[in-house]
Ligand binder design. Structure first.
Ligand code: IPD
Ligand code: CA
Ligand code: CA
Length: 255
């Protein structure tokens, strides 16, 4: 897994210093670059050589279904818009699922040389040092992060309504542009909570384990057990989780 993450990251660094082709996916600003394909190819090359029987779910090439309980879930570049604009907040994100549960995770941002890892039941690390979520106890004092989908979700209590609720009370809410980094920075205690309406399995697979192994909590917007196969994500340091659930659902005031 480490070798695969490093191989993907090497492609990110190789492309970020030169011209690359950019294409559009669904939605006018949902980009995919030559570097996304190159990073995914490098990652898949290593996995297929070492674990040819394992299943794969990769953002750019889709699913490879095989008769194995193991599934590698890969985002070759999480934060592609940042990457395309030369913003050094993007990473390789790889999670391994076994029998429906994420057991191993790696998120590597080569620009900042931040390599996050977690193993189920064994804690989370940043560059091999253990990490832990923050101790913040009140949402009003928290530093939060969120993300917005490429195609806006026009629904009651949508992304802007939630964002507005915090911003109106003066609570800092970052928008970094990489859900995997958002989750890892909650895990590392830099940020206290993260919410987003529409993530895909490759955005959350690795980060969801990293934040839990760092002592944090992750659920959907109803507070139910998190699954990477549903879209809505609330991840916090645990202390502010229930309060955040009340606020994001509009049932509780920030005070
Ligand atoms: C995106 C990033 C972004 C989030 C989007 C994702 P991509 O992934 O994680 O932070 O807001 O929902 O799609 O497209 O850069 O791999
Ligand atoms: Ca992504
Ligand atoms: Ca991506």
């Amino acid at each position: 897994m480490i070798a695969a993450a490093r191989a993907g990251a090497a492609e990110i660094l190789r492309y970020c210093n030169r011209d690359f082709a950019i294409h559009n996916k669904e939605g006018i600003n949902n980009l995919v670059t030559e570097a996304d394909f190159a990073a995914e190819k490098a990652i898949l090359g290593i996995i297929k050589e070492k674990f040819p029987a394992h299943q794969i779910l990769a953002e750019e090439s889709g699913e490879m279904i095989q008769d194995s309980t193991y599934k590698w879930i890969i985002d070759p570049i999480d934060g592609t818009v940042n990457f395309a604009h030369g913003i050094p907040l993007n990473c390789v994100s790889i999670g391994i699922e076994n029998k429906g549960e994420i057991i191993l995770a790696a998120v590597f941002n080569p620009h900042l040389n931040e390599f996050f890892m977690a193993e189920k039941g064994k804690g989370a690390t940043l560059n091999s040092r253990p990490i832990h979520v923050s101790e913040e106890k009140k949402a009003i004092h928290a530093c939060l992060v969120t993300g917005f989908p490429y195609i806006y979700i026009n629904e009651p209590n949508g992304p802007l309504e939630m964002f507005e609720r915090f911003v109106r009370k003066g609570v800092p809410v970052r928008r970094l542009g990489s859900a995997a980094i958002d989750l890892c920075w909650v895990a590392a205690g830099k940020l206290d909570g993260f919410f987003e309406h529409k993530l895909e399995p490759w955005d959350s697979a690795a980060g969801s384990l990293i934040v839990q192994e760092a002592g944090g909590k992750i659920t959907d917007f109803k507070g139910e057990n998190f699954s990477i196969y549903q879209h809505k994500v609330l991840a916090t340091n645990g202390h502010i989780h229930d309060e955040m659930l009340g606020i994001i659902n509009g049932q509780k005031d920030l005070q």
